[in-house]
Design a protein around this ligand. Structure first.
Ligand code: SAM
Ligand code: SF4
Length: 485
């Protein structure tokens, strides 16, 4: 699940009512690495800490508590965390010299995988906690504040954190995330997720629907359902029935005011008939699907334990496109998986040519300690990985540019999510997930409006407003958390 380059917001502090004792206000800064699930988790951590008086800080310099919500998917992602901890050590020391205290916490998948090792390498850290224990965060922070040594909680509790989280403390804005499923039982041989996030678990449909209604009531027009393997969703439905993701999408589509639905990340093996029917029947389900294939070689796919071949993936793509002809596809690719030959890599290029992606994410294979592929004897040299990655990315970039250029002259509905980099510009998303820049007043933030696309860039589109502006808008987004890639 790729990172989304969008800052997420925290609520403004509510002023105490007359006669009410003011809360003790402390400042919280959360830096989020990795995927959208981490972005969602960071928002929920802020919700858990709000009753302790924690409010958002714009920078780590101002914060009483800094949380690094980390990603362990590739080595580079984990190493970034340790270099950030080096910078934070200096901030913490400077604060202590001035008689103050800054606490540092490491959360997420690096915390889960490295545990004690983090405190050994970075003794400035006060608290280490995994992705399944942040519902206990208030107690953990209190304990860490009193403790001389660092506190660790990387257990996999029997209770689901979702049953113990408070309701969301503040709106996410026009485009919101909602976690419906966590963990993974697939054990792809390259992947650390089943070890860091634990076993697959789905939230009950009623809890998902209730959270979606609250998000819509607070201004969301689009909801992206999240899960490590979101289409493996099998939540408890009414009357003890089990709902798949397709059934859940049909129910969500009935929520008034919810204009757009998306979901990510999917596994090709879990794309069932009801989910394909949702793509055919639901106008709210956006015509964009991230469906990672990883490789086009059957030999590599088998060694990865993906449990499908290239032909099966192509047949699935054909079924999806028959159901939703304008569906734009995206994927993840790994190059240089152990044993990948030139022929295997050529098969990946052929598959990419055959599918034609609107965008995609591609990575050099990164051995993750404890995963089977890391032990494989036939590791591919770094230079070969780099060469293959450059070739694959060249092809994917050509396809993305072609897709973007195909949008020029079309009128696309754009949901305006944030202010653009330039003055007087808003940034939104097309139905196909493209970033779209439009000259428009800030008051249109949160609105879904038709835009005439005039210009295509490799990673974005630009256009001008094409319709009337009399649709009611949603509240503004403020950015106070940082999302790192
Ligand atoms: N569940 C999704 C699936 O099955 O496709 C993928 C989720 S994974 C968190 C996101 C992406 O990271 C994967 O699709 C894969 O391309 C990439 N990835 C995971 N482990 C990797 C590794 N060891 N080296 C390089 N890329 C990796
Ligand atoms: Fe990782 Fe495979 Fe599970 Fe995706 S399906 S999260 S790649 S183990």
């Amino acid at each position: 699940m790729p990172p989304r380059d969008r800052p997420v917001e925290n609520a403004a502090r509510r002023a105490p009512a007359r006669g009410e004792a003011p809360e003790v206000s402390k400042k919280l800064f959360i830096k989020t690495y990795g995927c959208q699930m981490n972005v969602y988790d960071s928002l929920r951590m802020a919700d858990v800490l709000a009753p302790l008086g924690y409010r958002s800080a714009a920078t780590p310099e101002e914060a009483d508590l800094v949380v690094l919500n980390t990603c362990h998917i590739r080595e580079k992602a984990s190493e970034k965390v340790f270099s950030e901890l080096g910078r934070l050590r200096q901030l913490k020391a400077a604060r202590a010299e001035n008689g103050g205290r800054m606490m540092i916490a490491v959360a997420g998948c690096v915390a889960q995988a490295e545990g004690e090792e983090i405190l050994r390498r970075a003794p400035q850290v006060d608290l280490v906690f995994g992705p399944q224990t942040y519902h206990r965060l208030a107690a953990l922070v209190t304990e860490a504040a009193r403790s001389e040594a660092g506190v660790i909680d990387t257990s996999f509790p029997s209770e689901s954190k979702f049953d113990h989280l408070p309701e969301e403390a503040r709106p996410q804005g026009a485009a919101a995330y909602l976690s419906v499923q966590e963990g993974c039982d697939k054990f792809c041989t390259f992947c650390i997720v089943p070890y860091t996030r634990g076993a697959e678990d789905s939230r009950p449909a009623a809890a998902v629907l209730a959270e979606a209604r609250r998000l819509v009531a607070s201004g969301a027009r689009e909801i992206t359902l999240l899960g490590q393997n979101v289409n493996a969703y099998h939540g408890e439905g009414p009357g003890g029935a089990t709902w798949g993701l397709g059934r859940l999408l049909f129910a969500l589509a009935e929520i008034e005011g919810l204009a757009r639905l998306r979901y990510t990340t999917s596994h090709p093996r879990d794309m069932d008939d009801e989910l394909i029917a949702a793509h055919r029947d639901l106008a709210q389900l956006m015509p964009y699907l991230h469906l990672p294939v990883q490789s086009g070689s059957d030999k590599v796919l088998a060694a990865m334990n993906r449990r499908h071949g290239a032909e099966a993936y192509l047949r699935l793509v054909a079924r999806l496109r028959a159901a939703r002809p304008d569906l734009a596809l995206s994927s993840d690719f790994i190059v240089g998986f152990p044993g990948e030959s030139d022929q295997d890599f050529a098969a990946t290029l052929r598959l990419v040519t055959e599918v034609g992606y609107a965008q995609a994410y591609s990575f050099k294979y990164s051995p993750r300690p404890g995963t089977p592929a890391a032990e494989a004897p036939d590791q591919v040299p770094e230079a070969v990985k780099a060469e293959r990655l450059a070739m694959l990315q060249g092809l994917l970039a050509e396809q993305q540019i072609a897709f973007n250029q195909g949008c020029v002259g079309r009128e696309l509905e754009v949901l305006f999510e944030a202010e653009g980099r330039r003055e007087g510009q808003l940034l939104g998303r097309s139905p196909f997930m493209q970033a779209v820049h439009v000259a428009a007043p800030a008051r249109l933030k949160g609105r879904l409006l038709p835009v005439r696309i005039e210009c295509a860039h490799p990673n974005s589109l630009a256009g001008r407003l094409a319709g009337s502006l009399d649709e009611p808008g949603a509240g503004p987004l403020a950015s106070v958390m940082e999302v790192a890639s």
